[in-house]
Design a protein. Structure first.
Length: 128
C-alpha cells in the first residue's frame, strides 16, 4: 500500500440541488470542472485537491467549516469573490469578530461564506 501522505485527497460535499451547486462552484468560485462521475458525483480540481459534490436529498447538517481555501491575500480574495456574488458571513461574538468580513484567529486570518447547499466554506491566510 502506498503511504496515504503521498496520495491526493477528495473533499466530499453533500448537495441537495446539483445544478444549483455547480452554478455556484463554477460561476461564483471559478473552480476547474473535472466532470461528472458514473455514481452521480460532480468533481472539481482545486490545486492538488479534488472537491466532489454528491447529491444527498437532505443536504448537509454540518455546523462546522467543511472546506477552507488557503489564499495569499485574504482581502483581495474576499473582494474578488464578493464581486462574483459570494456573500460573506459577519460575526460579532466573544473571541470571534469580523472586520470587513475577516477575522484574525491567532496565526491566520479567516473569512466564511455558505454555499447554496448549506456547506460552510472558508478562506484563510496564514500570518506566520
Amino acid at each position: 500500500m502506498e503511504p496515504l501522505a503521498s496520495t491526493s485527497v477528495t473533499c466530499m460535499l453533500p448537495v441537495k440541488d446539483l445544478d444549483r451547486a455547480r452554478d455556484f462552484y463554477e460561476r461564483r468560485l471559478g473552480l476547474e470542472a473535472v466532470g461528472a462521475k458514473p455514481d452521480g458525483k460532480f468533481v472539481y480540481r482545486c490545486g492538488g485537491t479534488e472537491i466532489a459534490l454528491f447529491p444527498k436529498p437532505d443536504g448537509t447538517k454540518a455546523e462546522h467549516t467543511a472546506l477552507s481555501f488557503r489564499v495569499a491575500d485574504i482581502g483581495a480574495a474576499v473582494t474578488a469573490l464578493a464581486a462574483r456574488g459570494v456573500v460573506f458571513e459577519d460575526y460579532d461574538l466573544p473571541g470571534l469578530k469580523t472586520v470587513g468580513h475577516v477575522c484574525v484567529l491567532g496565526a491566520e486570518k479567516a473569512a466564511w461564506f455558505v454555499d447554496p447547499e448549506g456547506n460552510i466554506l472558508c478562506l484563510h491566510e496564514d500570518l506566520a
